[in-house]
Design a protein around this ligand. Structure first.
Ligand SMILES: [Zn+2]
Length: 291
């Protein structure tokens, strides 16, 4: 039983009311969350004896060890809430609520010309191909059967040397047509450059030759966290493989909708796309906040 649970029991006994420690007094420790506290960021947290955790009243995954992740999408609300209910059935699973704000991020607008018109406004003939891509990606991202928290080791960049050719969250205007915001980070590198797994995990998709993403790898890092690697020339892993951080998973290509050789690096937490660069700050202890 943690201090928190003891404190709660004490409060209830003294006051004789069914209220939480948070409401009764503010002598419980604040919740610590670490990482990029901004739109497009991801943070980690840890709490003992949590039964369920909710971000903005939507239930999120909490591991048996008490670890959880919070991701903030491109257009995420600045005001955030985390509610933790504790595993005390006899007390009717009491909960504590925390609120905090995230930093707004200014997004980039990028103009790209010279893309084949057929790739900008796909014709009816590509409908089935696009459907196949969407379904494959959705399936790979929804298979959260990796309960192991691989992500705890932290992340590395998938390329050793690169040039950023497209920021996360930027809106592209391709051949003067505004497209939906960019959901990954474009890292330009020569064709055939080896791509490394950003962290340990299990491969959920490999290859595909998709209309937009070309050849792709999706790695499951546990608790709904995935990294995605698109436009690959080739892939050297298969679905079900357990990969190690730094392991070569394929090479940089120009497959799918791409104007040059680059890696589109993406990241998703339970279908919330966030900036994969934020993963590099997940274990940075100088970015811890008490809320
Ligand atoms: Zn991209």
């Amino acid at each position: 039983m943690t201090y928190k649970a003891i404190c709660l029991t004490f409060s209830v006994a003294v006051l004789g009311l069914n209220i939480t420690a948070a409401q009764a007094q503010n002598d419980y420790p604040p919740l610590e969350i670490c990482g990029n506290k901004a739109q497009g960021g991801i943070m980690r947290g840890h709490i003992d004896n949590a039964y369920k955790i909710y971000q903005n009243e939507k239930e999120i995954s909490v591991s048996e060890a008490g670890d959880f992740l919070l991701a903030f999408g491109r257009d995420e609300a600045y005001q955030q809430s985390v509610r933790i209910s504790y595993n005390i059935p006899e007390e009717d699973y009491p909960s504590d609520s925390y609120t905090f704000s995230i930093t707004p991020t200014k997004w980039d607008i990028q103009k790209i010309n010279g893309v084949a018109q057929s790739k900008v406004t796909p014709g009816e003939s590509h409908r089935d191909e696009i459907l196949r891509e969407n379904q494959s990606v959705r399936k790979a991202l929804s298979e959260n059967n990796t309960t192991k928290s691989y992500w705890k080791q932290g992340f590395i960049e998938p390329l050793e040397k690169y040039r950023i050719s497209g920021e996360f969250g930027g809106q592209r205007i391709i051949n003067t047509i505004p497209k939906s915001p960019h959901r990954g980070l474009d890292m330009a590198a020569p064709l055939g450059t080896p791509i490394k797994a950003a962290a340990d995990g299990v491969v959920k998709l490999s290859g595909g030759n998709f209309f937009y993403s070309g050849n792709m790898v999706i790695i499951d890092h546990g608790q709904g966290l995935h990294t995605m690697y698109a436009h690959m020339k080739d892939t050297s892993v298969k679905v079900g493989d357990e990969v190690k951080q730094g392991q070569i998973i394929g090479t940089v290509g120009q497959t799918g909708r791409a104007t040059g050789a680059h890696l589109h690096w993406g990241a998703s937490l339970n279908d919330t796309r966030f900036n994969p660069s934020s993963l590099l700050k997940l274990n940075d202890n100088s970015l811890c906040y008490k809320i």
